[in-house]
Structure formats: structure tokens, C-alpha cells
Write a protein that binds this ligand. Structure first.
Ligand SMILES: [Zn+2]
Ligand SMILES: [Zn+2]
Ligand SMILES: [Zn+2]
Length: 478
């Protein structure tokens, strides 16, 4: 009779058990938990000293040489959910708080801000050629692009499409004829979208002064325009802008807006501005021609209401929507989430054919002197767009830096409590210096399991907390 065999553990679990048996595991586990289970944790070596600013007395010292691990872990802080789910969640939470505090108050913004006129704006790109689309009417999927006379384009392809595309159809957003599609103009539009946005934010105050018959100086003394915005990639590879736009008193949300300020005025001037604003660029066809880029005709403007029952859109809904897009990249348009270095890589990229053409076009245009400044090679993976995913004007609400500092302070406080250390004397002037060396990033053998577990735990805690806030809000409302 042979001895009973132990069932063999799956390799991943065996590695996790092995890691847990190492002497530095407890401390490492603690660090990865406080990094929220980051998928690409950064390992640092170094020290931090806090001294009294007047006497030079050493108040606190920390060195990774005293750590069982020999290093300190911090989260990668990546905004993109496709790169690090844990850090993207933190970013999404922060963005939510940043947006909602500009709508309902909180985090240093007075509650009165909820009475200021504000709208939710969606701006689109114009069309650069027909694309397959899912069309729906009253819950029924309609034909993509029905054409009775069945015309063909100059490339001999059908101009229409009678299919009914489902939501997950990979064809949705792809051009009906890639050779008819104006790729250079599409890429140049993405590249100039930040400039179109900037011109829009300048045009609105100009239109308000014209309508009221007041000078710019008078406007600055009475009101201020604040905004927070994100971009979203459509499947056709062009970007949308979603923004909260608000009218405040001259110094921002702390001051009441002037009596003439209204959501209608905001909506009206935004509509006019979106139709007027344009950027002229050298035409890709050359010969001294100009290509004029403007916003698409489709735009949506809705007043943001405190409660959803009124006409308009609810503030929490807006904040959730914006926070969701803040952690996305361009992946939804079928491209990749990191820069492409060489043209030779493009052929092998796992991207949609449409995205591949956009990327090729970026590389091709980048070589033309007229477009050098656009750095289209560097932004090819973004299909030409080189701006920020989210941004806000200075006085919209709290900043992400302040939210992060508040979280760091809270964590430091919790750590001191756990170790029974006294709170620092706030009245004392201190100087903190640190010297850090980057050791590397990523998870090592056997660590993935534990990081995933930490991530799950954070996720659960977040879900419970959200449920509690939700029921508290319902209680408040009833
Ligand atoms: Zn991370
Ligand atoms: Zn179609
Ligand atoms: Zn064609």
C-alpha cells in the first residue's frame, strides 16, 4: 500500500503560501494593504527625518533600513483602471468628491454653492465620415444606415448598411468605408480639442458681456465662471467633453452669483459659443489651404438639479458620471493604453483596424513640419489627443492634492494611534526632509494573491460605506 498523496496545490497558491512563510511577510502585507492592493506597487529605499525648526532637535526619524522588508511600498497612483484597478478606484473616489463638493458643497466649499446656476454640458466632435452605429428607437434596434437605392462610393463599396448592430458589435464605430473616412482631419480634430475647449471657455464670458451690455472688467467684478470637465473616447476614436459649468460670485463658490446669473443664460451662451468657436490649421492636403475645425453639431446642455424630480439631471448622477470617465483611457475606442515608440510596432498592435489607421495617421502627420508642435507620435496611442483626461478651473472646488493630503494625514494619525505614539505638536515649527531611491515596481513571486485579496477587501469596505451613505441620504430626504 502506498502512502496517501497530498493533492498538489495550484502553482499560484503554492507561491502565495511560500511568500507568507517569509520573515518579512507581516510587514509587507501591512504595506500592500495600505496601498489598497495596488497592482504595480513602487518599492522605495530611504529615510525621513523631522527636526524642530528652531532648536534642530530630532523629533521623528524613519528609515527603511529598520523595516523587515528593507523597503517601503507606495501605490503606483495610476489613474487608469486598465493599468491598476486599486489606484484607479482611489482616483475615481477623489474625482467624485471633487465634483460633488462643487455641486452640493463640502470639503471646504459652502453648501450655498448648490443654489448657484450650473449646467451639465456634453460636446461632441463633428463627423469625418459615415460609421457603423447601433441605432435604437423605443427599445427596438434599427438598421444601421438604410439606403434604398443601394449607392456605392468611389471605392465600389456600399454606402449603406442594413444590419442591426448589437451593443457589443465590434463593427460599431468603424467606418463604413475606411478609404472614404477623413483620417487626417479626425486626428487633427482630436489634437486641437483642448484648444477648442480653451476658446469655448473664453467665448462664454465674451457673450455674457455682450448680452448684458457690460465691460469685461465689470463682469470680473461681479461673476466668475468655474468648470470641471472630463473627456470620453467614443468608439469612432474621437473624444467627447463632459463638463459641469457654474456661475459664482467674483471670488468663486464662496460668494453668491449676481442677480442676472441663471442656468438659462449659461445654456444659451454655451450653445452660441459652441457654434462659433473654431481653430484654423494648415490643411493636410497642403497648397496653402486651411482646415477649419469646430465642435460637432450634437451638443447637450442640461441644468443640474439638487433633486432628480425637477427637469434636468441630478447632481450625484453628474458626479458619478464624471468620476467614471476620469479613470478611463482611450481603450474603449479600441486602442492601447501606453505610448507607441516605433512605426514598426503599429502593424502588430492588438487594436481595431480603425484605431490602427488613426495611429498610422498620427505617425504620418508627425513627420510634416506643419504639425511638429502637436507631438502626434507621442500621442498616437491617444489617437492624437494630447490633453488631460480631466481638468478643472482653479476655483471649482477642492483640489485632488488637498484630498490626498487629507488621506495621508488620516493614515499617519491611524498609524500613530496603533503604535501608541503621541500626536505631533502642531504649534511647533518643524522641517521634514527625506531621501528616497527607487528600487523597482510591480509584484514579485507569490505576491499577486495577497495583493488581490487586499484589493477585494478595500472593494468590499467601499461598497458597504457607499450603501451606508446612500441609506443616510434617503433618510435625510424622507
Ligand atoms: Zn496602483
Ligand atoms: Zn452598419
Ligand atoms: Zn469609399
Amino acid at each position: 500500500m502506498s502512502a496517501p498523496q497530498m493533492p498538489e496545490l495550484p502553482a499560484e497558491v503554492a507561491a502565495a503560501v511560500e511568500r507568507a512563510a517569509m520573515p518579512d511577510f507581516d510587514r509587507w502585507h501591512e504595506m500592500i494593504k495600505s496601498a489598497g492592493g495596488c497592482e504595480q506597487p513602487v518599492r522605495l529605499r530611504g529615510e525621513r527625518l523631522t527636526v524642530d525648526g528652531e532648536t534642530g532637535e530630532l523629533i521623528e526619524s524613519y528609515s527603511t533600513a529598520d523595516e523587515p522588508t528593507g523597503f517601503l511600498i507606495t501605490g503606483c497612483g495610476n489613474r487608469r483602471a486598465s493599468r491598476c484597478a486599486a489606484c484607479a478606484e482611489v482616483y475615481r473616489d477623489d474625482t467624485y468628491h471633487l465634483i460633488i463638493s462643487g455641486l452640493t458643497g463640502g470639503k471646504g466649499v459652502p453648501d450655498e454653492v448648490s443654489g448657484h446656476p450650473r449646467v451639465f454640458l456634453t460636446l461632441t466632435a463633428p463627423s469625418f465620415g459615415a460609421v457603423h452605429a447601433r441605432r435604437e428607437k423605443a427599445g427596438k434596434v434599427l438598421a444601421c444606415r438604410p439606403r434604398k437605392d443601394r449607392p456605392t462610393c468611389q471605392h465600389g463599396r456600399q454606402e449603406g448598411c442594413g444590419r442591426r448592430h448589437q451593443a457589443d458589435d465590434p463593427q460599431a464605430g468603424q467606418p463604413i468605408c475606411a478609404d472614404c473616412y477623413d483620417y487626417p482631419a479626425a486626428v487633427l480634430w482630436n489634437a486641437h480639442a483642448p484648444e477648442l475647449w480653451r476658446r469655448l471657455t473664453l467665448a462664454v464670458p465674451r457673450l455674457i458681456t455682450a448680452e448684458l451690455g457690460i465691460t469685461h472688467k465689470a463682469l470680473r467684478e461681479q461673476a466668475r465662471l468655474s468648470y470641471a470637465r472630463v473627456i470620453e473616447y467614443q468608439r469612432r476614436g474621437l473624444i467627447h467633453f463632459h463638463a459641469v459649468i457654474r456661475l459664482d460670485g467674483p471670488d468663486g463658490p464662496d460668494q453668491p452669483p449676481p442677480a442676472w446669473a441663471s442656468a438659462e443664460l449659461l445654456a444659451r451662451t454655451l450653445r452660441t459659443a459652441a457654434a462659433q468657436v473654431a481653430v484654423d490649421v494648415p490643411h493636410p492636403g497642403g497648397e496653402g489651404r486651411t482646415l477649419t475645425l469646430g465642435w460637432g453639431r450634437q451638443l447637450d446642455i442640461q441644468p443640474i438639479q439638487v433633486a432628480a424630480e425637477l427637469e434636468g439631471i441630478a447632481d450625484k448622477h453628474v458626479a458619478r458620471y464624471i468620476a467614471k470617465y476620469a479613470t478611463k483611457g482611450a481603450e474603449d475606442s479600441g486602442t492601447v493604453d501606453r505610448p507607441i515608440r516605433y512605426a514598426t510596432q503599429i502593424r502588430a498592435l492588438k487594436v481595431s483596424e480603425h484605431a490602427r489607421r488613426m495611429i498610422w495617421t498620427c505617425f504620418a502627420l508627425a513627420d510634416l513640419p506643419a504639425y511638429h508642435d502637436l507631438r502626434l507620435r507621442g500621442w498616437a496611442h491617444m489617437l492624437g489627443y494630447g490633453g488631460h483626461f480631466s481638468s478643472k478651473s482653479r476655483r471649482y472646488s477642492v483640489t485632488l492634492t488637498r484630498l490626498r493630503q487629507a488621506r495621508a494625514d488620516h493614515a499617519a494619525h491611524a498609524a500613530r494611534q496603533a503604535e501608541g505614539l503621541p500626536e505631533p505638536d502642531e504649534s511647533r515649527a518643524t522641517i521634514t526632509t527625506g531621501r528616497w531611491t527607487y528600487l523597482g515596481s510591480g509584484l514579485m513571486h507569490g505576491e499577486h494573491f495577497w495583493a488581490e485579496q487586499a484589493r477585494d477587501r478595500v472593494q468590499q469596505a467601499r461598497a458597504i460605506r457607499n450603501q451606508i451613505t446612500e441609506s443616510e441620504n434617503q433618510e435625510k430626504a424622507s
